[in-house]
Write a protein that binds this ligand. Structure first.
Ligand SMILES: [Zn+2]
Length: 278
């Protein structure tokens, strides 16, 4: 599957920057996203550790749907990769954003924002649009899971950057908007979130300890509690998020540099909705 995605990325013009980034800086890992919040809707994830994670379960669903309709196995892999390569491009866009932000601000911040999502949904839509034109046979199949969200994204993107931004802002209301929040407010929001994540990780580790060292009854109770908590993967992600955020906020100048960087990115976003040269 990973080979098929890499090949699909290589066959499109809108993924030129993404495949260069993948070749130089990133990897695609498959993973069952058990325990990840919102797991049914997460198709791919860039947690900021340099890897793109993809939710195998969704691709398995798509593959068995196609196989059930009599599509050959090789063809199934190729079709599913082409259908979903836009989601991989979206996550690679996060990787590229984080990397360029580090070059501008001097330190990495993996925290998301509405602006970052808007840029990556724009990339995703451009890839989706090209994929549909390049591989018209995709339209012959119903892949299930992502059909309605893919169609909604394309519609929003075709209406122009203002509409796309507004729709992304609604979809990502849980993220801060960098350009409409003051530096102080932004730093405070990020700091509080990092502290929350630290607390989550500490609580998780305390239960893990009991699961390792407690007596039989304590172990059983701890394991039951662990099963209800977010996954170990999610906890690692939260810890990395907290660590990079705290490091970023050590120098208050960085928030201002981030704002400048995001302002320039968004200027391009609104100026050239369909094509962007890097
Ligand atoms: Zn995203």
């Amino acid at each position: 599957m990973i080979t098929a995605w890499t090949r699909a990325l290589g066959e499109l013009a809108s993924t030129r920057a993404h495949r260069r980034f993948l070749a130089a800086h990133s990897r695609i890992l498959t993973l069952n996203l058990d325990g990840i919040e919102d797991k049914d809707n997460v198709i791919a994830l860039y947690p900021g550790d340099g890897n793109v994670y993809v939710n195998e379960r969704i691709f398995d669903d798509m593959a068995s749907r196609l196989a059930g309709k009599g599509v050959e196995e090789d063809e199934v892999v190729r079709l599913v990769a082409r259908k979903t390569v836009s989601h991989v491009a979206h996550e690679l866009c996060h990787g590229m954003f984080i990397r360029r932000l580090r070059a501008s601000a001097g330190e990495t911040l993996i925290a998301g924002s509405v602006e970052q999502e808007a840029l990556c949904y724009r990339d995703e839509a451009a890839v989706l649009d090209e994929a549909q034109r390049r591989w018209p046979d995709l339209a012959e199949h119903d892949f299930g899971r992502t059909e309605s969200s893919d169609a909604a994204l394309l519609e929003s993107w075709r209406k122009g950057p203002k509409r796309l931004y507004a729709d992304v802002a609604k979809l990502c209301a849980h993220f801060p908007t960098i350009l409409s929040t003051s530096n102080e407010e932004l730093a405070k929001t990020l700091k509080n979130r990092a502290a929350e994540f630290r607390k989550d990780v500490e609580a998780y580790r305390a239960v893990e300890d009991v699961s390792r060292t407690g007596d039989a009854a304590e172990k059983r109770a701890a394991d039951e509690a662990l099963a209800k908590l977010p996954s170990k993967f999610e906890m690692d992600r939260r810890l990395l998020w907290a660590q990079t955020t705290e490091k970023f906020l050590e120098d208050p100048q960085r928030v201002e540099r981030m704002r400048k960087f995001v302002r320039a990115e968004m200027k391009r976003f609104f100026a050239r909705p369909k094509k962007r040269k890097r």
